[in-house]
Design a protein around this ligand. Sequence first.
Ligand SMILES: C[S@@+](CC[C@H](N)C(=O)[O-])C[C@H]1O[C@@H](n2cnc3c(N)ncnc32)[C@H](O)[C@@H]1O
Length: 228
Amino acid sequence: MTKKKLQRFAENTTFPHFFERSYAELTDKPFEHKGTWSRSFFGNDNPLVLEVGCGKGEYTVGLANRFPNKNFIGIDIKGARMWRGAKTIANDGIKNAAFVRSQAGLIDLWFAKNEVSEIWFTFPDPQPGARENKRLTSPRYLKIFTKVLKPDGIIHLKTDSDLLYEYTANMAKTERQRIIHQIDNVYNGQISGPLTEIQTFYEQMWLKEGKTIKYISFHLNPSYYEQG
Ligand SMILES: C[S@@+](CC[C@H](N)C(=O)[O-])C[C@H]1O[C@@H](n2cnc3c(N)ncnc32)[C@H](O)[C@@H]1O
């Protein structure tokens, strides 16, 4: 472990907007903001939007700046990366953003049923080969996310990966998800707003390599919620 990483981990613990709990703590007693995040942490009744696999949290911070009437929480397991976004929140005095260090699969220990309005996946690992169940847009993961997402909630995926994009579009069709937007190349000159204005760390790397950036958003099939 490098000294820089240790310093970042230490500073994370000093941010009031950075949350980290052990599995034992989360299962022993419900997390203090679970079910009341907007009211008890952000002090408002605004919709809650997550960025899962946020890395440095460019979308968490960028969307928070653009949409003051929503609250944004970045989730990742890599605390040293998340420090970048958490530090920006502190430096810029951003009031509607926070970070949670957690495995995505434990999301229902942090958030209650129907608490989340939207979930962004920004350049998640495509998980090639037989690791389909590890993809954040696999039916296995989507069933986990329905434990916290509102029935009219929205899933957004921004990716460089043809594999993940095609997999997600096919999954959406076979699982009868309601696709809202499907864009093969967000830099086709016709798209404006956060999709082109906010670029993540990984996105900038892929753009330098000449990769095409894709986006798909959808509402989950209501039958997902019936499965509990
Ligand atoms: C390719 S990086 C993308 C990071 C950032 N969104 C970006 O575009 O720069 C994927 C991120 O997802 C995180 N991640 C992967 N699996 C995860 C999981 N099961 N739970 C939480 N985070 C996860 C990794 O730690 C990593 O930071």
